[in-house]
Design a binder for this molecule. Structure first.
Ligand code: MN
Length: 479
């Protein structure tokens, strides 16, 4: 069981000066939740304490830790935001307010209330991503302790986790949290599938242990002889990841990254040098190589992926990256709690703006839909559903929802490109504006200043951005 001393010790390792304020937040939460209990029978304070502890493992700043301790106070106790601001500070009060649900009293149905709250969580990412991070830690602890809830509540929470919180954790690159949330959700939604995959996975892991350990030794040896400092680990795919592949029709034995080797080195140039050395030991499968270092994923993930012919007739994926990349690969935007000291909020917001494409789309959806239900459904269809990634002719990677057309792409690049589009060139072939894009298409949009958007395009676009711009153009010329 986690205690306040565990939390203070943990925070003390990276932030000595604010432990007094954290103790004060704990005492305040303790008093206000006094006499409240969780379904497990434990004192309620164990929940905010655990949420704060999860965040302290990410080296969260003290405002975030305090807000985590206080996160259920506005909702469950007779405390106001103003009081929090007076007792603590403006940022803590805003963070707590951000994670607090809007009161049921404002809505006629429970569903309206749910949609409004989902919207509140999703849009908070535009202002302060720390609100989403606290929400994710909150959800993680709730999912870890879901066994005490009714079966109905378990399924309801697990589904909401998969639909809302998993995509959010993906977008901010927090794979560690995402993987655990996915597995916990599956465990409650499909307990039989979960158990079956877990057992089969364990068998595969133990069967391939010897040959993979041998590969690890061989790679370590060649890297050491070439004076490349390295650390090599096994990387096991989470159960939900395997479940999804099986759902798509793949066979278990065809999932080559079920068990992968992760090679971590100091510097960028060592990644490519190591890749050459690995390929000199094990033949690569030529069409399986991916350079996510030069083409990072749109959630900041960077790594080299190669699949090689392993020792015992099996194919093995090998991932190569630096220690710094590895940190961002597993923690995403939350890695910046530790990488940069200082104004965490603006550092995180700037990184999100620069590196993640979904913020602009989210802003457009937010401005287009007043109705909360329509907002949530557009986010689910456009941002949280399956995605494709296309390349411009310059080599930039652009993220779009599956089913998106050239029109969506044109407007995503720039309003004028959309408004003046004639047609597209996809993998060197001319295609109409309404062409539906595929993953990894290489695309160029051909424009002409005399060309203008057609109203019927509205039937072919998938993104809110394209819809919005076409309508705006229509309004401008009065059609
Ligand atoms: Mn909570």
């Amino acid at each position: 069981m986690i205690t306040i001393d565990d939390l203070l010790n943990n925070v003390g390792k990276y932030n000595m000066k604010d432990t007094d304020m954290i103790k004060k937040a704990y005492d305040y939460a303790y008093l206000n939740h006094f006499n409240q209990t969780r379904e497990s029978g434990e004192a309620y304070i164990t929940h905010p304490l655990n949420v704060a502890y999860i965040l302290s493992l990410l080296h969260a700043d003290s405002d975030t830790i305090c807000a985590a301790l206080l996160h259920d106070i506005l909702e469950d106790c007779n405390v106001t935001k103003l009081e929090l601001e007076c007792i603590f500070n403006h940022d803590i009060a805003s963070l707590v307010d951000g994670v607090t649900k809007i009161s049921k009293l404002n809505f006629s149905t429970k569903q309206d209330c749910n949609y409004a709250n989902t919207r509140k969580i999703i849009t908070s990412i535009k202002e302060d991503v720390r609100i989403v991070i606290i929400k994710l830690a909150d959800r993680l602890h709730n999912m870890r302790t879901l066994e005490y809830k009714s079966v109905f509540k378990q399924k309801e929470n697990a589904l909401e986790t998969l639909e809302i919180f998993v995509p959010l954790s993906y977008y901010i690159g927090a794979y560690q949290i995402k993987n655990e949330l996915e597995d916990l959700s599956l465990k409650y939604l499909k307990p039989d599938s979960y158990k079956e995959i877990e057992e089969k996975r364990n068998i595969i892991i133990s069967d391939s242990n010897i040959s993979l350990s041998l590969m690890k030794l061989n790679i370590e040896d060649i890297l050491n002889r070439n004076k490349i400092e390295n650390e090599i680990m096994f990387r096991i795919k989470n159960i939900y990841g395997i479940y999804k592949r099986l759902e798509e029709g793949q066979k278990l034995e065809d999932i080559h990254d079920l068990l992968a080797l992760k090679v971590i080195v100091n510097e960028l140039k060592d990644c490519y040098y190591s890749l050459g050395l690995v390929h000199s030991l094990y033949h690569p499968l030529n069409n399986k190589f991916k350079d996510f270092i030069c083409n990072p994923k749109t959630n900041m993930y960077k790594s080299l992926h190669t699949t090689v012919f392993g020792n015992d007739d099996s194919l093995v994926q090998i991932q190569i990256r630096t220690f710094e990349m590895d940190k961002i690969d597993s923690l995403g935007i939350t890695a910046y709690f530790d990488i940069n000291k200082g104004d965490t909020r603006s550092i995180m917001q700037n990184n999100l703006k620069d590196k993640c494409q979904f913020l602009d789309s989210l802003k457009d959806i937010d401005s287009m839909f007043n109705d909360n239900m329509e907002f949530v459904s557009q986010v689910k269809n456009e941002l949280f559903a399956d995605k494709i990634y296309v390349f411009t002719y310059k080599g930039d990677v652009i993220e779009l929802p599956k089913g998106a057309t050239l029109i969506d792409l044109a407007y995503k690049i720039h309003t004028d490109i959309g408004n003046n589009m004639l047609y597209g060139i996809v993998n060197d072939e001319i295609k109409n504006a309404t062409y539906v894009l595929n993953n990894e298409d290489r695309v160029k949009i051909v424009t002409d200043v005399t060309s203008y958007p057609k109203l019927e395009w509205l039937d072919y676009v998938k993104t809110a951005t394209a819809k919005k711009k076409i309508k705006e153009y229509g309004k401008k010329i009065n059609i």
